[in-house]
Design a protein around this ligand. Structure first.
Ligand code: NAD
Length: 253
């Protein structure tokens, strides 16, 4: 129960990796807010089934909408009185088709940037005054190892995640004096419930990343949970502005 009495928000948690972060945070005792543009009932039900004592709530919110994000923070303050941990996980990802950058429509580029980068900015900006008043906070921004690899045919996504990395550095410097830590995590290709549910799914989809890894197996959402808990807990109170790559040692050089 390393996060007992802490209040955590996880965006993009209706499915995929975010739902696993919610369970990990609730397991450590955090009061956890499940946020997504989609209905979060499935995640909430699953957490309550596994952890009947867990204090979790769901809130629908479009993280790219300034007013909606402010309403989210107000609701969390009304309900729980504080915000200690913000996991900026929401992204346009699973729904994106890969294509050469010349073929990316401008509105698709803008959509990816508005959720993946502006969403992180808006959520951090709305949480910041609360965390400053507390003189304590943990902002964890989910990037991707694609930003270092320059993964092809995914230029908008890769660029948005590079922006998340850089934004993390910049605001870590601004918020350090208020004892607010801001770090990012760069996961490798991770097999999620969404991918497994896709028509024609086979584990062969992961062959290339598995063979590139020092630890050569498929990465699962649970592989990321320990790093989120570390960055959310007091164990990392002197760690800020960092990016932890969690990908089983893919592309070590
Ligand atoms: N799965 C991977 O291989 C992988 C690898 C590296 C990084 N990541 C990153 O990890 C995070 C989670 O990945 P995932 O595989 O679970 O992705 P996912 O696409 O399955 O889930 C993303 C969630 O974000 C939500 N979302 C989208 N737009 C939103 C908006 N405007 N407001 C609020 N919520 C919104 C979606 O509804 C969805 O529930 C993402 O940031 C992704 O970029 C994933």
């Amino acid at each position: 129960m390393r996060l007992k009495d802490r209040v955590a928000i996880v965006t993009g948690a209706a499915q995929g990796i975010g739902a696993v972060y919610v369970k990990a945070l609730a397991t450590e005792g955090a009061k956890t807010v499940i946020v997504d543009i989609k209905d979060c009932a499935k995640t909430e039900k699953a957490v309550k089934a596994d952890l009947p004592e867990a204090n979790v709530m769901s809130q629908t919110c479009d993280v790219s909408d300034e007013t909606a994000v402010q309403n989210l923070m107000d609701t969390v303050i009304d309900k729980f009185g504080r915000v200690d941990i913000l996991v900026n996980n929401a992204a346009v990802f699973a729904s994106l088709d890969r294509k050469p950058f010349e073929e990316i429509p401008v509105d698709e580029w803008d959509k990816v940037m508005s959720v993946n980068l502006r969403g992180v900015f808006l959520c951090a900006r709305a949480a910041s005054p609360i965390m400053k008043a507390q003189q304590y906070g943990k902002i964890i921004n989910i990037a991707s190892d694609t930003m270092m690899k320059g993964t092809t045919h995914f230029a908008h996504y890769v660029s948005s995640k590079g922006g998340v990395f850089a934004f993390t550095r910049a605001i870590a410097k601004e918020l350090g004096k208020d004892s607010i830590c801001v770090n990012s995590i760069a996961p490798g290709l991770t097999c999620t419930d969404v991918m497994e549910a896709e028509e024609g799914f086979t584990p062969a989809r992961f062959d290339r990343s598995v063979s590139a890894r020092a630890i050569s197996r498929i990465q699962m959402p649970e592989d990321l949970a320990g790093t989120v808990i570390y960055l959310a807990s007091e164990d990392s109170d002197f760690v800020t502005g960092q990016c932890i790559v969690v990908n089983g040692g893919d592309n070590l050089y």
